[in-house]
Design a protein around this ligand. Structure first.
Ligand SMILES: [Fe+2]
Length: 290
């Protein structure tokens, strides 16, 4: 270990201290983290007060987290890091595009039968979401599991309103049928703000950024022998498609929610009035054999 820590030798001294790390990947991550973090500090030359403020911000971010609030995911999201990690890890072509998990996948979705509703309030615009889960070569994937979750028509998730919404409102775990098909009933989601009552809200406020996300429904889709897919569908025409606070929109994931005013078609889905119909075919990547 070198003595006389200087601006010039600082990064190398710290990197050298990790030289005996047995796990090569951990060593690689730490080396790069130290190099970039030191470069950031040398570039910006924070005052002691600014550095203390940074520590306080991160401390507050951790303190805001609990079983149903994940402020660090939110911070990663608004900095674009969640999307960058997702994008790097899903470069293979052909499959449905992925997007961020988001901070609200915090409770296990209850298992529901195909066609069941995930809306237990009944005040939004009725909606049917249907599609098929397929492998990259077009083979249907019966038994694929679809975990879906969304906000209510006022833009809140169940976990944000435990005293207002029924438990697990807006959530369901479905199993695709024999031909890979799935469908469920819900309501058309609306755009909503990410939570702004914590440090991430303070950050957005200080930088004059809005907190809104365009209307969307979350999916995690899994099937045996395939890579799991974390994604959303976005409602075509929603506000904020061009300026999602967490940078998660991909054009291929924007879907038309088509208005249907046909009693016969409504009856097919167990509905009685006008509704919106969204179709989302999902293609999964076959897993690379290990
Ligand atoms: Fe969301």
């Amino acid at each position: 270990m070198a003595t006389d820590f200087t601006e010039e030798t600082a990064a190398d001294a710290v990197i050298e201290s990790f030289a005996k790390t047995p796990d090569p990947r951990l060593r690689e991550l730490l080396d790069s983290l130290v190099r970039h973090l030191h470069a950031f500090v040398k570039d910006t030359e924070p005052t002691i007060a600014e550095w203390e403020q940074a520590i306080e911000f991160l401390t507050a971010t951790g303190q805001k987290c609990d079983d149903e609030r994940q402020e660090f995911i939110l911070l990663s999201d608004v900095l674009g890091v969640s999307m960058l990690v997702e994008t790097i890890n899903n470069r293979t072509g052909g499959a449905t595009e992925s997007t961020v998990l988001g901070p609200f996948h915090v409770v296990k979705s209850p298992r529901r039968e195909l066609g069941e509703t995930i809306d237990f309030v009944g005040t939004g615009t009725p909606c049917v979401v249907r599609g098929r889960v397929l492998s990259a070569d077009g083979t249907p994937l019966p038994g694929a599991e679809l975990d879906v979750w969304q906000a209510n028509e006022q833009g809140f998730y169940d976990v944000q309103q435990p005293d207002v919404q029924p438990r697990a409102n807006g959530r369901g775990l479905f199993t695709a049928g024999a031909d890979g098909a799935f469908w469920f009933r819900t309501i058309v989601p609306i755009f909503y703000p990410i939570p702004t009552d914590g440090p991430v809200g303070t950050l957005l406020n200080a930088t004059k950024r809005h907190p809104y996300r365009p209307a969307h429904i979350h999916f995690i889709v899994t099937a045996s022998g395939h890579r799991a897919l974390t994604t959303h569908i976005f409602v075509a025409g929603s506000e904020y498609l061009e300026s999602d606070a967490v940078f998660a929109v991909k054009k291929s994931l924007i879907k038309d929610f088509i208005g249907v005013d046909d009693p016969a078609q409504a009856a097919e889905f167990g509905l009685t009035g006008p509704f919106s119909l969204a179709t989302f075919d999902i293609v999964l990547d076959p897993a690379v054999p290990s």
